[in-house]
Design a protein around this ligand. Structure first.
Ligand code: GLU
Length: 295
């Protein structure tokens, strides 16, 4: 197959803890889909959180994935080494007038939302259950905003969702190949407005999950985004950013999640489903495959 028409898959874990069975499923699905379609398989390390994502965890993550039987193309892209790519993209969005500085702290947002809810008005929340950003002016007076600006108080860069949607001016869709309803002709309607003014650069790092995933999928030429169902709704934000930035649109496939005995998504802190623990207890990669429901 000519290189240009080969599908390109990626697995993009964050080394902020040890990989668990859910990662094994996602990694294996991507790796095998690439094999079966004659495609390429890339690994990307999503380590924008440079405090929680350590070198040691990254090394152990690569070791766990090799043990499981995965192999990938080199060099591996590490987000922490590419902050300039995200800065350049932020500058483009800023030139379009779509970014603003949000100075509110978490506790200020929380207090504002609680006060509003105490008055009997439910506060809108994003698909992850996080309250939408109220906007600095709803909480702080103009003098306080100016004071924070002057003393270089930490701020997050947020996407002005209303302006971004107005600039788009057309409904957005994405092609979903995972199980579940696929809308018309396999196209699903994307609803980015549900997320409000999403953070594109956090206070502590010059990017965010949404921004870096979109930039990297484009830079790496990813054609197939296969990832857990927990990121299904985030796809709407990714499609919006792709459209604003004129980036190609990958095909999406959101797969089932591995749930713990409590029916909840696995977490990196639960030891009994960590690949390292299972391996230390004598389980083989074939047994891991069986545990995640693969033959
Ligand atoms: N880094 C994300 C995670 O570990 C996955 C990002 C993606 O696949 O889009 O959950």
């Amino acid at each position: 197959m000519p290189t240009s028409s080969r599908p390109i898959y990626r697995f993009a874990p964050s080394p902020n803890g040890h990989l668990h069975l859910g990662h094994a499923l996602s990694g294996l699905l991507n790796f095998e889909a690439a094999r079966h379609t004659g495609g390429r398989f890339l690994l990307r390390i999503e380590d924008i959180d440079i405090v929680r994502c350590t070198q040691e965890l990254t090394r152990e993550m690569l070791e766990d994935l090799s043990w499981l039987g995965l192999s990938w193309e080199e060099p591996v892209r590490r987000q922490s080494e590419n902050f300039n790519d995200y800065r350049a993209t932020l500058a483009r969005l800023d030139d379009m007038g779509l970014l603003y500085r949000g100075y509110l702290t978490r506790s200020e947002i929380k207090a504002h939302v609680a006060a509003s809810e105490a008055r009997g008005k439910p506060w809108p929340r994003d698909p992850d259950g996080v309250p939408l950003y109220p906007g600095d002016r709803a909480v702080l007076d103009a003098a306080e905003i100016e004071a924070r600006r002057r003393c270089d108080a930490p701020f997050a860069l947020r996407l002005h969702m209303k302006k971004a949607l107005a600039r788009m001016g057309r409904p957005l869709t994405w092609r979903e190949e995972g199980s579940g309803p696929h809308g018309e002709n396999g196209l699903l309607a994307a609803a980015p407005a549900l997320w409000g003014d999403v953070v594109l650069a956090r206070k502590d790092t010059p990017t965010s999950y949404h921004l870096s995933v979109v930039v990297d999928d484009a830079l790496q030429g990813i054609t197939q985004v296969m990832r857990g169902q927990d990121l299904f709704f985030a796809t709407a934000v990714h499609r919006l950013l792709q459209a604003l930035l004129d980036l190609p649109e990958p095909v999406y496939h959101h797969h089932r999640l591995i749930l713990g005995p409590d029916g909840r998504k696995l977490s990196k802190s639960s030891r009994d489903t960590a690949l390292r623990e299972l391996r230390a207890a004598g389980h083989t990669p074939a047994e891991i495959r069986a545990m995640v429901g693969l033959r």
